[in-house]
Design a protein around this ligand. Structure first.
Ligand SMILES: Nc1ncnc2c1ncn2[C@@H]1O[C@H](COP(=O)(O)OS(=O)(=O)O)[C@@H](OP(=O)(O)O)[C@H]1O
Length: 353
């Protein structure tokens, strides 16, 4: 026996009439909904849909007034999310964000800092500023926002890096860098201080040919063996002294020392240690380097398969001014105790004697 559910069924005419009424109500609701939507998105939205894009160079017409918001009354909308990146000329957003550097090559002048920067920036996880911003010595007054604005855009996984070799001998630099971030990783490329001084002098001489001789500038009294430590070319080489200032702010493990000498004889080995220090995979290998016998320095293959290795410019690896060997010996003697102290502090023998 079949049971009838009250109200759910009836004579066939009544059921048809109910279906018709339902269909009519439904179509009426849809029509109203479409009408509301069209009104709501009138103006800019409709214009954008109808007008075909004219390409990147087309002049953009002034935007018509904003349409009335469609949202029902309620709590105010949340602030828009920060813009991911500025738009490029083509209108597509550039990937990444400008960030303050997480790592810095802080010195030393003429140590081989350009080589380290150019080598490490081949790594896909590193983006580096090509020029020296001199923020922590000359431009500190411009503020961190200015400094950040100079940086290349990086993805979350990439490290931002810059190099300014004068930071290592700038008294305020350790404190200023610490105040930016106590986690900043510091790289110092060091080189035999006597060769470094001659390299420094050679560079100055190429710009100012009238300066006194290297010997004349190095000593206050050569016969007495009194070295002039107020001359910058000599002073920069007192590595142990400058390092003291850095160790007041940063633990030893947060400073990595690159041997300027090994950087020339074994660039892949030195760069391997730099990559380990930065906590990035060993992407740069010996396949990235080609020793150019004419230049006397390793040159870089941007990709392992690249047939055209690129050498650094003419100002890197230039012939040094001839210096009296006796002067060189005197300077070696002068630096010896300083070097030994430096080796002890760093826990590494750079074999400059
Ligand atoms: N691969 C390669 N090619 C060329 N030059 C190399 C390389 N690796 C290290 N070097 C040494 O780098 C020295 C210049 O050091 P910096 O780049 O620190 O100089 S600077 O402070 O930025 O002016 C530069 O010093 P000089 O030889 O006195 O010119 C080089 O000895």
């Amino acid at each position: 026996m079949a049971l009838r559910v009250p109200g759910r069924a009836g004579p066939p005419q009544a059921r048809r009439a109910r279906r018709l009424l339902f269909a009519f109500t439904l179509s009426l609701s849809c029509t109203y909904l479409c009408y509301s939507l069209l009104r709501c998105c009138d103006g800019r939205g409709r214009g954008r849909l109808l007008r075909a894009p004219r390409g990147p160079r087309a002049a953009v017409p002034p935007a018509p007034p904003e349409p009335r918001p469609c949202a029902p009354p309620g709590p105010p909308p949340r602030a828009p999310a920060p813009r991911p990146a500025a738009s490029s000329l083509s209108g597509s957003p550039k990937p990444g964000t400008k960030r303050l550097p997480q790592a810095l090559i802080v010195g030393v002048k003429k140590g081989g800092t350009r080589a380290v920067l150019e080598f490490i920036r081949v790594h896909p996880d590193v983006r580096a500023l090509g020029t020296e911003p001199h923020f922590f010595d000359r431009n500190y007054g411009r503020g961190l926002d200015w400094y950040r604005s100079l940086m290349p855009r990086t993805l979350e996984s990439q490290i931002t890096l810059e190099k300014t070799p004068s930071y290592f001998v700038t008294q305020e630099a350790p404190r200023r860098i610490f105040n930016m971030s106590r986690d900043t990783k510091l790289i110092v490329v060091v080189r035999n201080p006597v060769t470094r001084a001659i390299s420094d002098y050679t560079q100055t001489l190429s710009k100012k040919p009238d300066i006194p001789t290297f010997e004349g500038l190095s000593f206050r009294n050569r016969t007495l063996g009194l070295v002039d430590v107020s001359w910058n070319a000599i002073r920069i080489g007192l590595y142990a002294l400058h390092l003291e200032g850095w160790l007041r702010y940063f633990p030893r493990a947060q400073i990595h020392f690159v041997s300027g000498e090994r950087l020339i004889t074994d660039p892949a080995g030195e760069m391997g240690r730099v990559q380990d220090f930065l906590g990035i995979r060993r992407f740069l290998t010996d396949k990235h380097f080609y020793f150019n016998k004419t230049k006397g320095f390793p040159c870089l293959r941007r990709t392992e398969a690249s047939l055209l290795p690129r050498c650094l410019g003419k100002s890197k690896g230039r012939a040094h001014v001839q210096i009296d060997p006796e002067v060189i010996d005197q300077l070696r003697e002068f630096y010896r105790p300083h070097n030994i102290k430096f080796y002890e502090t760093v826990g590494q023998d750079f074999r400059w004697e």
